[in-house]
Design a protein around this ligand. Sequence first.
Ligand code: C6P
Length: 413
Amino acid sequence: MSIKYDKSYTYDIEKVRKDFPILQTEVYGNKLVYFDNGATTQKPRCVVSKIEKNYFNTNANVHRGVHFLSQQATEEHEAAREVVRSFINARHTHEIIFTRGTTESINLVASSFGKTFLQPGDEVIVSQMEHHSNIVPWQLQSGVKLKVIPFDEKGALVLDKLDELINEKTKIIAVTHISNTLGTVNPIKKIAEIAHRHNLPVLVDGAQGAAHEIINVQELDVDFYAFSGHKVYGPTGIGVLYGKEEWLEKLQPYQGGGDMIDRVTFEKTTFAPLPFKFEAGTPDYIGSTALAAAIKYVKSIGMDKIVNHERNLTEYAYKKLSAVKGIHFYGTTGGKSSVISFNIVGIHPYDVGTLLDKLGIAVRTGHHCAQPVMQTFGVEGMVRASFALYNTFEEIDQLADALHRIVSIFHKK
Ligand code: C6P
């Protein structure tokens, strides 16, 4: 689907904001400006009421009971899987595994792929802009070495280096779709092409991607795509791992327990078919159905319009914030998505974050769980404003005004 990067191609933001009661919160006498969407998004009424409705009307364990409630709960849970499938355009519903979030999805692949395909001395290629969730799970595979695709001074991956990094020890390429610190949208399709030329699978960390891009896993031709429900307006505790059927079939189960088995004896266990082989124990069937409600909600607005609005906000924020004295941006490559990270000369990022909070503006400060990015720029931390479908241009004006105020306070000292 083509996206119009056009200010007029939008939706009724004020109407949408009414769906998110938390946006009316007052913080120290100011109306909340919520710019910490990269960490988690706020929830529309329909998601919260879906949770309540399920607990009050259809709560029963899934895949286990012949009774009415269990049947209903199972139907809803499996219907949610179809909603997720269609959201990312996977070929089959059994390619959608419910997990606790991006972190668990990546750990699942690292561990299961590790058991089957990784030997000490093997190499996994990641990028220099990875979140810790796409670094540490690979380091936990014994004897595995990480090779790193660098990024340039603007925060764009230096893809020319990828071919050089691949050798006979390389077993998988694991990269983020959108950097949570730099906002860079990586050329995933191109990376998958290169990987497949070398017969390597690609895992994509879509924690930021799923909320800010239209995801089509078949078109991207990736082998695994991981994302979290709470970053796409759904609840915490539910996430998704998409895996191509052929890969999921080859991998060992991640955890053992109920639901993931076919037949158990003390001598031997055989496993359930996909997707259940990877879903040991009672699944978060309340979370899955609430996530489906969130996906239906964003689809009702139009993912293309949301992407367009967020790109416009990001561009506008650059222009407005550029006028702040001493501001330095990190990640300035074109086509960025929804994230502005910066520091202001002479002011610690925690001080900027604390003072913004006093003015009602919630941003994230610190290393953003991407310490290698901080090390690259030689900083301890950054201030990050990250946008969502309900943010407005006026809120960005407020952020710019607040930063001007903070700078003037520090200059008076
Ligand atoms: N980033 C942020 O403020 P979980 O915690 O499993 O839902 O997502 C982990 C994760 C993985 N990859 C990327 C690119 C991410 O941005 C995140 C979460 C939050 O940037 C919390 S550190």
